[in-house]
Design a binder for this molecule. Structure first.
Ligand code: NAD
Length: 349
């Protein structure tokens, strides 16, 4: 398959195929756009069925990172890398070191972080060969787990959504249904609970919910019932594609704001949400707090200033809602337009 013919190819600046059989490494590093800064994006390790799937994935994901970094205004461009292989059986330190050496040849144009199939331990291994690593643990010199900042970003986007929809950004008494009580979901519940919201929670691992339900005075529902909960806000913090033909008609919420990636099953589900009068806070903006934290880590900014930067997701989210209304488009399209304009503007400067 030709990279240039892939529909996901969108004028990527550089796509590097790395091949080091001795280290067991076959991978791709895609730099989509560095207009606004070095391309930061995670390394995904996945047992792709074929190379075409790996190429498509890395091109799609790196382009997405350009939009995310641009709209969050964090001085970064968009990139991503993939390693082809099963992360549970094929990953080795020599493989990660080899990837680090390849990343290092790119002259700080690509900064790696974790993604599906990689973790902070892997970032530490890669770091032995290149300084172009972010999202490290505190003990490795990083700013630690980004999940709390991701949750703060979701909370900030949600505030914009409720203010725009209900005329008040006050969480007191607001009913919120949270899907997925993992790292981000738990932090989000804590913020919401402290702000006076009333919570309904759900997770496929039901056994871990009881203590959290007590901590947050939350109701618990079965996973399939979370969509139809009588709540004003739905916060998807589990997996992608959960906004679809089946779930959207069930929603009682008028605002959707959550951490999950790729929440819309298909792009037209953004329109369907708008038809139902639901304000959808675009996922890649809403869950951008972690990226803001990783950007601050890369630039060595004061970690104490990160929460304030993350709270600016509130302003960005309001701008998106206003732009969608002014242009008569969905919030997802409005976010994309703003991001594209930022990159275009950056090219002129
Ligand atoms: P996590 O794995 O810690 O938590 C996910 C939770 O969702 C788990 O408790 C899991 O049991 C639950 N879950 C899975 N399927 C479910 C279902 N059908 N119904 C209800 N619960 C279900 O992950 P996380 O770090 O909390 O991230 C949550 C989401 O946010 C993921 O989609 C992730 O890609 C995205 N995200 C996370 C970050 C971050 O900083 N951690 C940043 C950006 C985006």
């Amino acid at each position: 398959m030709s990279v240039f013919e892939a529909p996901e190819f969108d004028d990527h600046e550089e796509v590097v195929f790395v091949n080091e059989p001795a280290a067991g490494l076959r991978g791709i590093i895609a730099i989509h756009d560095t207009t606004l800064g070095p391309a930061l994006g995670g390394c995904r390790m996945w047992d792709y069925e074929n190379e075409s799937d790996a190429i498509k994935d890395v091109l799609r994901l790196s382009r997405g990172m350009t939009y995310k970094a641009a709209i969050l205004d964090c001085g970064l461009g968009g990139g991503k890398s993939v390693i082809i292989g099963d992360p549970h059986t094929a990953k080795t330190p020599p493989m990660l070191h080899a990837l680090g050496r390849w990343i290092d040849t790119l002259g700080e144009r690509y900064i790696v972080g974790e993604d599906i199939g990689t973790n902070p331990d892997d970032m530490r291994e890669i770091r032995t060969e290149t300084r172009c690593v972010s999202c490290l643990r505190k003990e490795d010199g990083g700013y630690g787990d980004p999940a709390p900042m991701t949750a703060l970003g979701v909370f900030s986007a949600m505030r914009a959504g409720i203010e725009y929809t209900f005329g008040s950004g006050d969480f007191d008494g607001l009913m919120v249904a949270v899907q997925g009580i993992g790292n981000v979901g738990t932090s989000l519940c804590r913020l919401l609970h402290d702000a006076g919201a009333r919570l309904t929670i759900s997770d496929v691992y039901a056994e871990k919910l009881a203590p959290l339900a007590e901590e947050f005075s939350a109701d618990v529902v079965e996973p399939e019932d979370i969509y139809k909960v009588e709540a004003q806000v739905f916060a998807p913090c589990a997996m992608g594609a959960i906004l679809n033909d089946n779930t959207i008609p069930q929603l009682k919420a008028r605002v959707v704001a959550g951490a999950a990636n790729n929440q819309l099953d298909e792009p037209h589900h953004g329109e369907l949400l708008a038809e139902y009068g639901i304000a959808y806070m675009p996922d890649y903006v809403t869950n951008g707090g972690g990226l803001v934290s990783c950007a601050a880590e890369w630039y060595g900014n004061d970690p104490d200033e990160v929460p304030e930067r993350v709270r600016q997701i509130y302003d960005t989210s309001l701008r998106i809602l206003e732009r969608a209304s002014a242009d008569g488009i969905t919030t997802a399209d409005a976010a994309n337009r703003i991001a594209e304009e930022r990159v275009k503007q950056g090219r002129k400067e």
